[in-house]
Design a protein around this ligand. Structure first.
Ligand SMILES: Nc1ccn([C@@H]2O[C@H](COP(=O)(O)OP(=O)(O)OP(=O)(O)O)[C@@H](O)[C@H]2O)c(=O)n1
Ligand SMILES: C[C@](O)(CO)[C@H](O)COP(=O)(O)O
Length: 232
């Protein structure tokens, strides 16, 4: 238990922005489902002791088959998710018995082992951390009529990724607070922030994309091939 690290991989989304008949987390990247690529990265990481996979109820059986086929023996549970990402994460948290938790999107198959390590080490020092990259574009806040409201200073803007690392007990409290207050956030850190937890960013890489829209698949194929690890 001491400093043990569990991972919740969320893969229960519908992938509406991708628009494919098959959910994007199960699309093949070099003959292997995207979510399996993601699981393998954590399976092979020495810091990680337990993995929970959260997926669609109807996808549990095939996920269990892949877990057996690809020998992903750190996966302790495959469970059904909820309506929003947040609900899926919370269900996953309830399965873990570790001191720390990293929450990661099943559709981010390019996170690097060193980034997982750095993210965890920072959390160990300061309590919680998220991978992120400085934004490259100028960001504008725009109102419902399409008018620019403001241009925030780019130097303070980061695009937030996963994994996001927390003490498991603290993240559960943050999730329970959000549930009581009816707050739905798009990442785990936003719930932690509301619960008064200070979150640090750790600079990751622009290649740790979340596969979201069709053009991301081209980038994913290219990245997978150029890393020369297509055979694994
Ligand atoms: N109810 C949900 C919604 C999302 N996710 C997961 O959260 C991650 C990030 O979400 P996103 O990219 O938004 O995935 P989808 O919700 O599937 O996509 P979309 O919003 O386009 O429908 C994905 O791995 C997705 O499977 C989940 O486990 N449960
Ligand atoms: C958690 C996340 O991947 C951080 O960038 C992102 O917020 C998920 O958002 P989505 O709306 O579910 O894509």
């Amino acid at each position: 238990m001491s400093n043990s690290v569990g991972v919740v991989i969320v893969a229960a989304g519908r992938g509406t922005r991708m628009g494919t008949a098959e959910s994007k987390q199960f699309l093949l990247l070099q003959d292997k489902p995207i979510v399996v690529h993601t699981l393998e990265i954590f399976q092979q990481h020495e810091l990680i002791s337990e993995i929970v996979l959260v997926t669609g109820e109807e996808d549990i059986d095939r996920c269990k088959e892949w877990i057996a086929d690809y020998k992903l023996d750190k996966v302790i549970a495959v469970i059904a998710g909820g309506t929003e990402r947040q609900h899926s994460v919370y269900k996953g948290l309830l399965q873990l018995g570790t001191q720390w938790v990293m929450v990661h999107d099943g559709v981010r198959p390019f996170v690097q082992p060193e980034q997982i390590e750095t993210c965890f080490r920072r959390a160990e020092q300061v309590g919680s951390s998220v991978l992120a990259v400085p934004v490259k574009d100028t960001i504008k806040q725009v109102d419902g009529a399409g008018r620019v409201v403001s241009t925030p200073d780019r130097r303070s803007l980061w695009a937030i990724q996963t994994p996001q690392t927390f003490r498991l007990s603290e993240l559960k409290v943050a999730y329970e607070l959000a549930e009581r207050e009816g707050y739905v956030g798009t990442d785990d850190a936003s719930l932690a922030e509301r619960a008064g937890i200070s979150v640090s960013v750790v600079e990751g890489s622009y290649s740790n994309i979340k596969i979201t829209t069709p053009e991301d698949l081209d980038f994913a194929e290219y990245t997978r091939r150029s890393r020369g690890d297509g055979q694994s």
